[in-house]
Design a protein around this ligand. Structure first.
Ligand code: WTA
Length: 633
């Protein structure tokens, strides 16, 4: 897009915001009843509400599939690439229509109706997308749980949203290894008595137990249902999905997105950032977003954004370094990927393996590179741009969150100059504000906490089952504004540089972990009296997990116990939560009122023990000396 065209969008918005969004909604989506209302919202405590296009009616699955059938029925919708190179196949929009309809009919045959919650615990295979789109087709609300989460984490999420149906697979394959999804699901379901049906997809062919009456094989069930299922008319504000994400306190929150606003936001941002120029066919590109559907990036930019636009999207069920660190580039070339979107942690890991793994593969078909999930350091940005992109491909660093539905701050290719390490400027309709600790607005070049002062269509609408927590978490710190939880710097050109989380959330390889979750897993171990968890700098993951553990009086410190505790957390939550460092601490630094002073723990974990600052308010300042002496960094 040219700078002039982007400016014209900003101008149109400034002149008539409602008119702009109604135009976008009507032109980019197919409505059963077109909306006449755009945004209707207030972030104030006494009138708190967020609605977009509330009088419109549509169906998301019809937007992602049916509306393309006349013009692109035979065109590829999904290119599946398995764990083994070349293990895959393509599905056309017509194929996708039939499979999603069948999946919807199978769900219906198990009693799923509009508004019911369905949990999806799957590998990165097309059937995961069928299940998501099938839910949307019949108005059921999906909750996708990342396949790397433990049985306990899965069970907690199933119970929280009260789903009675689970979609899973016999197993998964990642980097040549098996992931026992069905076994995990069976363990989880021992504590989920309300789940009456499991739709089981065959992926690995492993022999798995099938519970009579509860479990049905997808490949059997699909034979006995119709390949057509009419899409359910949904109000724009009807719930679309729940996705659990970590916060600074308590258990993960069920972030709830609704139908119309979310779909518009991912359709709009996909086209703006990753599509070709308006007027050109979006299917000229092959788009590969490497995220898993268990995260928001997979929802918005593997499935919904690309399909709503009629694009061709890749679903990859493998890992970046299998069978070797050239996998991304070998596969990109073989499939003809032109737009590639991944996370900084993957870029850093591949950068370390050396340039040969990249340069031995022809990359001339690539035209655009994207990144998401965490701050990208300028060194990795430059490597991505020059070595992978041959200096030819714009690098689009996209800042956003599970809560925002889609991208918020990013360079629109062609229209916004990039700077290595900056997500650059807000997209149309996004109103960032930097504030100091008291909430005072900071002007011009400044560094502070990042808020958003206005709603946008893709904004989450509530925390499932806890609307009060939604308000408290995001709107009470700085009244009248949405607080992102991120720190940010704005330079003299008005460019935004996200500096990372300022709350108790750790971003490990682009995956959010709440310190409270890891702490509660640790204290559940019989030998542990107390635990405090903070982030530590990590060369590849961005941030690693540093745990301080106080043992019960009758337990002895040992390397075996340290390893046992790391494995314990891995089993309780999942591999991504495994502490990178675990320090035994006879005591934690507490104030006289018993509050743990995390600032001190953070500084020690960051390798800056001389910067812990004033410790005079601690109940026992001597604790700090011991912590420093035994620090692991
Ligand atoms: C971080 C992922 C810097 C940020 C889409 C945010 C980023 C959190 C970027 C959300 C980026 C995401 N630059 N930081 N381009 N993208 N983040 O919910 O801290 O998994 O708050 O959403 O990731 O993580 P989430």
């Amino acid at each position: 897009m040219t700078p002039t065209k982007l400016q014209a969008m900003h101008d149109a918005l400034a002149k008539d915001e409602d008119g702009f969004w109604l135009d976008q909604a009507r032109s980019r989506l197919d409505w059963i009843e077109e909306p006449n209302e755009a945004g209707d919202w207030s972030f104030d405590a006494n009138d708190f509400h967020i609605r977009w296009f509330a009088d419109g009616k549509l169906n998301l699955s019809a937007n992602c599939i049916d509306r393309h059938l006349d013009t692109r029925g035979g065109q590829t919708a999904i290119v599946f690439e398995g764990d083994e190179p070349g293990e895959g196949y393509e599905l056309s929009y017509r194929d996708l229509h039939a499979e999603v309809c069948r999946f919807a009919n199978v769900l219906k045959s198990r009693g799923v109706a509009k508004g019911d919650r369905v949990t999806i615990y799957m590998p990165m295979i097309p059937e995961a997308a069928f299940a998501m789109l099938a839910c949307a087709r019949i108005g059921a609300v999906h909750s996708v749980v990342f396949g790397g989460f433990s049985p306990d984490s899965l069970a907690g999420r199933i119970r929280d949203c009260e789903s009675s149906v689970l979609v899973t697979a016999d197993g998964g394959r990642r980097g040549g290894k098996s992931i026992p999804l069905k076994a995990n699901a069976d363990t989880a379901l021992e504590s989920c008595p309300d789940v009456h049906s499991v739709i089981l997809v065959r992926r690995t062919g492993d022999d798995v137990p099938v519970v009579e009456g509860r479990d049905v094989w997808w490949h059997d069930a699909r034979e006995s249902v119709d390949a057509d299922c009419p899409p359910e008319p949904m109000a724009a504000e009807d719930p679309l999905f729940i996705l659990y994400t970590s916060g600074s306190t308590g258990k993960p929150k069920g972030v709830l997105h609704t139908t119309g606003g979310y779909l518009l936001w991912v359709t709009f941002t996909y086209r703006l950032l990753f599509g070709p120029e308006e007027g050109q066919d979006v299917a000229e590109d092959l788009f590969w977003c490497t995220a898993d559907v268990g995260w928001i990036t997979g929802h918005s930019y593997v499935v919904y954004g690309p399909l709503s636009n009629g694009a061709r999207t890749v679903m990859f069920d493998g890992v970046p370094n299998y069978p070797d660190p050239g996998r991304f580039w070998e596969t990109s070339h073989r499939l003809g990927v032109s737009v590639f979107y991944t996370a900084p942690t993957a870029i850093r890991a591949l950068m370390r393996e050396g340039d040969d793994w990249v340069t031995q593969h022809d990359r001339s078909q690539l035209r655009l590179l994207g990144t998401v999930g965490e701050p990208i350091n300028p060194e990795a940005w430059k490597w991505y741009s020059t070595v992978v992109g041959e200096g030819r491909c714009p690098v689009v660093d996209t800042w956003w969150q599970t809560e925002t539905g889609g991208t918020m701050i990013a360079p629109v290719p062609g229209a916004v100059e990039t700077k290595p390490g900056s997500a650059t400027r807000p997209l149309p309709g996004v109103r960032p504000q930097l504030v100091d600790a008291e909430g005072g607005e900071l002007d011009g070049a400044a560094e502070g906490n990042l808020c958003l002062t206005a709603s946008w269509p893709g904004q989450m609408r509530t925390v499932y089952g806890d609307h009060e927590r939604f308000f408290q978490t995001y709107f009470s710190t700085y009244p009248g504004r949405y607080f992102t939880g991120d720190g940010c710097r704005r330079d003299e050109d008005g460019y935004y540089w996200i500096t990372g989380r300022v709350d108790d959330v750790i971003n490990v390889s682009g995956h959010r972990m709440g310190t409270a979750e890891v702490e509660s897993a640790l204290v559940a171990h019989p030998n542990v009296a107390e635990a405090a968890v903070v982030g530590m700098p990590h060369e590849i993951k961005g941030q690693g997990i540093y745990a301080y553990v106080t043992l019960n009086a009758d337990a002895a410190e040992s390397d075996e116990l340290r390893e046992e505790l790391r494995q314990w957390v891995r089993k309780e939550i999942g591999p991504i939560a495994t502490p990178d460092a675990l320090q035994f601490a006879p005591a934690l630094p507490k104030t006289r009122s018993g509050k743990i002073m995390r600032r001190i723990l953070r500084k020690i974990a960051e390798g800056q023990p001389d910067q812990v600052g004033d410790v005079s308010t601690l109940a026992d300042p001597a604790v700090v000396e011991d912590l420093k002496k035994n620090a692991l960094v």
